[in-house]
Design a protein around this ligand. Structure first.
Ligand code: NAP
Length: 310
């Protein structure tokens, strides 16, 4: 624990891994801390089709993340699996305290991303992992030949609905409005897919069942009418996949860094309000949260960290 790194990167998504690549290439002594699997949000993506140069059709987010991680490691980035519990970022040496110990760095790049939002319906907690999922790439295979519902109208919901058609008997997309937010090219694919149907102006109010998810209650927000969708007794299970956006992982930084709507405020050089502390990727205030913009943030943050240390 006596080591003082030049840069500590918190998070192994596209932002953190790109920061690692750039810091490593600059020969900075770099530690990257991740609490789970690499890839951040793209680890939950069954297919990434808009990362520049990503042409292998059907290549998953985890496969892309694994290549990013290997590239950073090739440049000497030290990896560590730990969950950070508290931070002290005000001094010239920053301290991140995790379950396994303290980590010290002259600069810190926060690339801790975000977590999927919950629906907030009745019994949601009870059925997470028992019918409710936030990751099609992880759980689609459990719903082979079963009816599946998807909540959301953005890129994630529509892309994952398309992916789910490879497994499910049917996919019903439930959206709170009457038009999708997703990119037009993805929408077109969904409208043409015979396995996908749509419940417009609708929200999930309640989930029910004994042990596994057996029914969902949906309310039409315009008419107020409620409909209950029940699993066929032969199946005994429905799938409910939720893709309604993300909340930033900024709990550790409340009262420490300047936040806006929960996201970390930075300037265009990824600098936060504290010297030597940078933020990159989905965790910061920005207009477009994509793997490509996260990676770009990471590169900028690493270059700025090098300038700061210098
Ligand atoms: P998003 O774009 O924020 O979309 C969230 C969707 O969920 C919206 O349709 C929203 O409805 C709906 N929603 C939000 N809160 C809800 C609630 N409480 N109840 C019901 N519905 C709710 O999130 P995302 O799809 O996860 O995408 C996040 C970012 O990643 C976006 O910038 C997206 O472009 C990007 N992304 C890109 C790709 C890709 O390009 N391949 C793939 C995945 C994600 P409203 O439309 O009514 O607001």
């Amino acid at each position: 624990m006596d080591t003082i790194y030049d840069v500590i990167i918190l998070g192994g998504g596209p932002a953190g891994l790109a920061a690692g690549l750039y810091a490593g290439r600059s020969r900075l002594h770099t530690l990257l801390i991740e609490k789970g699997a690499d890839g951040g949000q793209i680890a939950l993506s069954s297919e990434v089709e808009n990362y520049p140069g990503q042409l292998a059709e059907g290549e998953s987010g985890p496969a892309l993340a694994a290549r990013m991680a290997k590239q950073a490691e090739n440049f000497g980035v030290v990896r560590c699996l730990d969950t950070i519990r508290s931070v002290n970022l005000t001094g010239s040496v920053k301290i991140l305290s995790g379950s396994k110990g303290d980590y010290q760095g002259r600069s810190v790049i926060i690339a801790a991303g975000s977590v999927p939002k919950r629906i907030g319906c009745v019994n949601e907690d009870k059925f997470i992992g028992k019918g409710i999922s936030f990751c099609a790439a992880c759980d689609a295979a459990f719903f082979r030949d079963l009816p599946v519902f998807v909540v959301g109208g953005g890129d994630s919901a529509v892309e994952e609905a398309l992916f789910l058609t490879k497994f499910a008997r049917s996919v019903t997309l439930i959206h709170r409005r009457d038009s999708l937010r997703a990119a037009k090219s993805i929408q077109e694919k969904a409208f043409q897919n015979p396995k996908i149907s749509f419940l417009w102006n609708s929200v999930v109010e309640k989930t029910d069942g004994s042990d596994l998810l057996g029914s969902i209650t949906v309310r039409n927000v315009k008419s107020g009418e409620q409909s209950v969708f029940r699993a066929d007794p032969k199946d005994g299970l429905l799938g409910l996949f939720v893709f309604i956006g993300h909340d930033p992982n900024t709990k550790l930084f409340q009262g420490v860094l300047e936040l806006e709507n929960g996201f970390i405020k930075t300037d265009e050089n990824m600098r936060t309000n504290l010297p030597g502390v940078f933020a990159a990727g989905d965790i910061r205030v920005k207009s477009l949260r994509q793997a490509v913009t996260a990676a770009a943030d990471g590169a900028v943050a690493a270059v700025q960290a090098e300038l700061y240390i210098g």
